[in-house]
Design a protein around this ligand. Sequence first.
Ligand SMILES: NC(=O)c1ccc[n+]([C@@H]2O[C@H](COP(=O)([O-])OP(=O)(O)OC[C@H]3O[C@@H](n4cnc5c(N)ncnc54)[C@H](O)[C@@H]3O)[C@@H](O)[C@H]2O)c1
Length: 332
Amino acid sequence: MLKILVTGGAGFIGSNLLLFLHEKFPYYQFLNIDKLSYASDLSYLDAISDSDRYQFRKIDITDRDKVKESIRDFQPEGVFHLAAESHVDNSIKGPEPFILSNVVGTFNLLEECRQLWQEDEQTWQNRFLHVSTDEVYGTLGDEGYFTEETPYAPNSPYSASKAGSDFIVRSYFHTYGMNVVTTNCSNNFGPHQHDEKLIPTVIRNAVKHNEIPVYGKGENVRDWLYVENHCDALDLVFHEGRSGETYNVGGDNEWQNLELVHLICDLLNEEVGDGPDGDYKNLISFVTDRPGHDYRYAIDASKIKSELGWKQEGSFKEDLRSTVRWYIERYS
Ligand SMILES: NC(=O)c1ccc[n+]([C@@H]2O[C@H](COP(=O)([O-])OP(=O)(O)OC[C@H]3O[C@@H](n4cnc5c(N)ncnc54)[C@H](O)[C@@H]3O)[C@@H](O)[C@H]2O)c1
């Protein structure tokens, strides 16, 4: 029975990951620690909340004493660290919680794990997986891809705080020899994402017949990956990744924001069919661009593919359709 600590398990990716791991590893035991911010929803975990292999503790990872207590009580043999402030717009309005949760919180977890695990040779083999983002690399022009060798150049307080946390994790490998791995993933989509993010925002406004806001001219490009494919990559990197390495994860699936919004509107036209003048695209409204808005992100995921054999399952259009259906249900 392996004991796995998941942080941020009541958020979008964390809840999908916990459901995925709980089913895939019937001999693992899980502790989810989450501060239950506005972005979280424990009901996403209803399917496992009564499981004797799952427990939850409401803990803010900026609280070092609480982090220490929960780690000492549970004695994790592996960590999937996802807890973070995650919305770029919020980081522009108020960066402080990003520095506290993403930088100080990551440090608290790492340091408490180091102190516990270093006590004996066997526990020192335990693994800490840090879940990060492609946004740490900054922005691309029309050409090129982010590889694991791309220099960090974060442009928002969010990406800067994630970059800071990535560097602390890296230092724990080089300084202490701790068994850490980091993933840098592109934009995820799927069920359980907070209302504030792009895809839920489009669907929510569309079904309520409100304007659908699109930043600037909608030309920014993102590489979209279905959340289950990300969970699969995290599982693989946690179990088979090389210690001290980072792995980029991406969908090889670039969309301009406006193109993606059009696609979602087309799916809504098929699934609901109640748009103004027969088309939800009539609700699109261009709004002032986000300051420092990165133009393009695109991931070269060849390392995780060639080294660990990761590949995406499913089809983007079908996964997007099932995601649209999930939010229609939620917002109707
Ligand atoms: N969503 C994406 O497209 C994406 C892509 C790549 C990487 N990531 C990374 O994956 C992780 C999860 O992202 P998400 O989209 O699920 O975010 P989310 O905002 O949906 O969930 C984050 C969770 O962390 C919790 N949390 C925040 N601060 C905390 C704190 N101080 N203590 C305890 N819990 C805290 C929240 O309550 C929430 O449940 C983040 O580290 C993010 O940087 C996200």
